[in-house]
Design a binder for this molecule. Structure first.
Ligand code: HT7
Ligand code: ZN
Length: 878
């Protein structure tokens, strides 16, 4: 497969001033008339015009109104004889495409009778021939024509300037976007939709119309999305001084979408999962997801749309920055210090359980990659989540106000431009010339160029006589594909010292900027050996290696003023026990000791701690995270150990779980705020634990209570928690409850996704999950072509249920390879995501390792594989 290299970037030979698109929408054959005004780029030597196109039928090409010669070279349309000189010229291209046959969901497609587009990264070329690259920004006018009864709503970017009826029951709408944009931000929607509307006046006095479009019948599920949009607008103005620059801002929901949502200018298109919610159908996690994705797409309006990427290697310029912004938004919305910490812990959990493995595996790449075969494979946790951490470190190094100043300078310099990650970091540094970031900028930027998760080594030495504590910090970073050795990073390490009683030692808290391979930090006037709290708030995306004793970790867990490190101490204690049990030669038996269980009991009982925080502390590190700590992974053993730990926690703390469950019942109206959702989360965990304990002792009381709660629940969070307590503990009541759940939510697509996911992700008892997944594939509600449904069943099994997926008989891997190939035939992007499930196969113990390699080789052996899947499996086998 040919690769695209960052070093090969060249400015476009032609610039597009304006685009006038006219669509005659028809599912079988849509006609697209594209009239462009182009001119040669004076900065680039004369060369033919090469336009990208894919799956298009070309009917006509006119230059300045006259027929013109052209060539089709591969997928490109090449025009050699164009007017010389710098004068603009008109290029008219007439093509057709077949939206109803578009199963890739890229370009123009039909979902449940409605037309949608998805153009990022390279989907616009599936609509018309174009210079499909983000550094070509143009003004767009769009005319949509369609049957009025079938497609009463016709939407595109910008402002509606004209609409009316045509002959034969057709109608039209004309939209003009006042802002120049790259073609990946183009969008259209046409279909039977209804909108929740809201008029707002912004801080600066501008009037705006906000609309959330959904299918008729879904309007009662749009309130939270609209509230989230209004909150996002207010937040961006208050925190960064960035106003809404459009009269009209629209969100449209579709059930068929490859990703979460898309930030098309003024016309965001969303997966229904991130729009629709009411208390009966959506969980607290769904509500939080909607707030963060609505925020994310809205924040792109500045970070991505007003200032966009020069090329796709700079993707993190917009994605890392926008994730950072949505994380900060959710934290600010959460309010209290504790709720902010809960959000931070959740974000770090995602980073460590998904991005760290990516950075250690065959798909490892820098935040600004150097090459790709398929850009769609690079919408990764590295670009998004690690990219966000890289922005966060910049904020840490210049301070919150300094960062806001840097953002201001970034927009002053680059509004309306397509720029690079270098431009961003330069603006933040230039606005803060006296900062550590400015001093160390070239070195700091290694975070963009070097892949891999750095290790932060810490060791302390206490000199009682000198009353001095010396902390030595060192760093190293493992090799990654194509990068055998790494240079030192700039690592901001927030830290502080506690005394033996757990009190913060005054004046000890600071942020040390580690830029050498080793540095020492000296604390004078220390009376007794302190307990260091290192990497507070997870101040850098690194793996901390520090030999803390259990006693030190218990002190941190009980007393640290930094909630993140309090939680982290609990995770380390659990991890230590999990690893000891996994690595021991003995049969798995009660991996937890009294010290750990007592500490957890104390947390559960602590009156000053919030329920949400308790739930996080009492949740054990995931199986994937445990696996990452090991050189050789036996997924079954890890699963058995973690299950044994859960059962022990369930038994040992039974009285406290009962207390926690009973003390966290809310009967009032459902509100998805951090306090109430935290209470539901803890009650849910408690119920889970109580059902697990009941499994051992055969006591039917708690499964019975769980069933009752499942039936009576006033909201989806409580209902699904009760159901998963029954399913997770293998209760006999699980099956009837699942049937009831299905009957209750028959027409609710997003709830049915939960139903499939819950079953595919259930603990495997005797190898029963794979046959169940296969059986569920035959269920009338299962549709492989719908990405949400495919994810809910197939991905939940292959990616999120290691104990069931990694089977000694290799049947899980066979199933995986069959599904990758089956999906690749119609939707390569989704197939390539699934293909990543075996990324870490080289770490597996036998017999898993050989079987996994064989399964990957089986996929790679297929001749007509997509670029997407080909890149993933080739890297995996390298
Ligand atoms: N910027 C959006 C990326 C996206 C996307 C990329 C490839 C294929 C389909 C896609 N749908 C959305 C999403 C975002 O980060 O906001
Ligand atoms: Zn984004």
């Amino acid at each position: 497969t040919p690769v695209v290299k960052r070093e090969d970037y060249a400015a476009p030979a032609f610039l597009v001033d304006s685009v006038d698109l006219c669509f005659d929408l028809d599912p079988a054959k849509t006609r697209v008339l594209n009239k462009m005004r182009l001119r040669r780029n004076p900065a680039v030597a004369a060369q033919p015009l090469r336009l990208d196109g894919e799956d298009l039928n070309l009917a006509r090409v006119l230059v300045n109104g006259e027929g013109s010669s052209f060539k089709l070279e591969g997928k490109q349309l090449v025009l050699e004889k164009l007017p010389e000189g710098e004068e603009p010229f008109e290029l008219e291209i007439f093509t057709t495409c077949a939206p109803a046959k578009n199963s890739k969901l890229m370009g123009l497609y039909v979902s449940q009778g409605t037309f949608f587009t998805q153009c990022e990264a390279e989907g616009f070329r599936r609509i018309t021939y174009f210079l499909d690259r983000p550094d070509v920004m143009a003004s767009y006018q769009v005319t949509l024509r369609a049957d009025k009864a079938a497609y009463p709503v016709l939407l595109s970017n910008g402002n509606l300037v004209e609409q009316g009826d045509l002959d034969d029951g057709r109608h039209y709408a004309r939209w003009v976007d006042p802002h120049k944009k790259p073609c990946y931000l183009f969008a259209l929607v046409a279909g039977q939709l209804v909108a929740r509307e809201q008029r707002i006046r912004s801080r600066s006095g501008g009037e705006h119309l906000l609309q959330v479009y959904v299918r008729p019948g879904d309007l009662d599920k749009t309130e939270h999305a609209m509230n989230s949009l209004m909150a996002s607008i207010a937040w961006d103005e208050a925190r960064f001084g960035l106003p809404l620059d459009l009269e009209r801002f629209m969100i449209v929901a579709t059930s068929d979408f490859n990703m979460g949502a898309m930030e098309n200018k003024g016309l965001n298109i969303f997966n229904t999962k991130y729009v629709l919610a009411n208390p009966a159908t959506a969980t607290d996690a769904d509500y939080a997801g909607i707030e963060s994705v609505v925020g994310h797409e809205y924040f792109h309006n500045w970070t991505g749309n007003r200032v966009t990427c020069r090329d796709w290697f700079q993707l993190s310029l917009k994605e890392g920055l926008t994730v950072f912004r949505d994380q900060e938004f959710s934290m600010d919305m959460a309010g209290s210090v504790s709720a902010r910490a809960v959000k931070r812990i959740e974000d770090v959990r995602v980073l460590r359980s998904a991005q760290f493995p990516e950075d250690a595996g065959p798909m490892a790449h820098p935040v600004r990659p150097d090459q790709y075969a398929e850009i769609n494979n690079f919408y990764t946790v590295t670009i998004y989540e690690k990219g966000s951490e890289v922005v966060r470190m910049q904020q840490t190094l210049v301070g919150r106000e300094g960062f806001a100043r840097g953002m201001k300078l970034y927009f002053e310099r680059h509004d309306g431009q397509a720029v690079t990650c270098d431009d961003f970091a330069q603006a933040i540094a230039d606005a803060n010339p006296d900062s550590e970031l400015a001093r160390l900028l070239p070195q700091f930027k290694r975070w963009y160029s070097q892949a891999g998760t750095p290790r932060l080594h810490a060791s302390g030495y206490f000199d009682a006589e000198a009353r001095r504590y010396t902390l030595t910090l060192g760093q190293s970073c493992p090799a990654t594909p194509g990068q055998p050795s790494k240079k030192a990073f700039v690592i901001p390490v927030a830290l502080g010292l506690l005394d033996a009683q757990g009190r913060e030692i005054e004046g000890s808290a600071r942020t040390v900027v580690l830029s050498e391979t080793s540095q020492t930090v000296v604390f004078e006037g220390i009376d007794a050996a302190p307990v260091p709290s290192i990497l507070r708030g997870f101040s850098a995306p690194v793996i901390l290696e520090h030999d803390s004793s259990d006693a030190e970790l218990l002190t941190l867990l009980a007393h640290d003023s930094d909630p993140f490190n309090r939680w982290e101490a609990g995770q380390r204690l659990a991890l230590r026990r999990a690893l000891a049990a996994v690595q021991s030669a003995d049969a798995v038996h009660q991996p937890l000791d009294a010290a750990y269980l007592d500490a957890m009991r104390a947390i559960l009982r602590a009156p000053e701690l919030d329920a949400a925080f308790k739930e996080l502390v009492l949740t054990l590190p995931g199986e994937g995270y445990i696996a990452e700590q090991l050189d050789e992974v036996d997924p079954q053993r890890i699963h058995a150990v973690r299950e044994a730990m859960r059962e022990q926690l369930a038994h040992a703390l039974q009285e406290d779980w009962i207390q926690a469950f009973e003390a966290h019942q809310d009967n009032g109206a459902f509100r998805p705020d951090p306090v109430s959702s935290g209470r539901r989360a803890l009650a849910g965990l408690a119920l889970n634990m109580l059902c697990l304990a009941a499994r051992e002792n055969g006591n039917p009381v708690w499964p019975g209570k769980a069933l009752q709660r499942f039936k009576d629940a006033g909201n989806m969070t409580d209902r699904v928690n009760a159901l998963s307590a029954l399913v997770g503990s293998g209760s006999a009541l699980a099956q009837p409850a699942l049937e009831r759940f299905h009957a209750l939510f028959k027409g609710e697509e997003l709830v049915l996704d939960k139903w499939f996911a819950l079953q595919a992700g259930a603990p495997d008892r005797g190898g029963n999950i794979l046959p169940l997944v296969k059986q569920l594939m035959q269920h009338p509600d299962f549709h492989l072509r719908n990405p949400n449904r495919a994810r809910s069943l197939i991905f939940s099994y292959c990616n999120a249920n290691p104990g069931a997926f990694h089977r000694v008989d290799a049947a899980g891997y066979r199933f995986w390879s069959e599904r990758v190939l089956e999906i690749d035939a119609f939707n390569p992007q989704v197939a390539a995501r699934l293909a990543r499930a075996l990324d870490r196969w080289k770490k597996l113990a036998e017999p898993y390792r050989s079987a996994a390699r064989e399964a990957i080789a089986r996929v790679a052996a297929k001749a007509d594989l997509s670029n997407d899947v080909r890149e993933v499996v080739t890297r995996a086998l390298a």
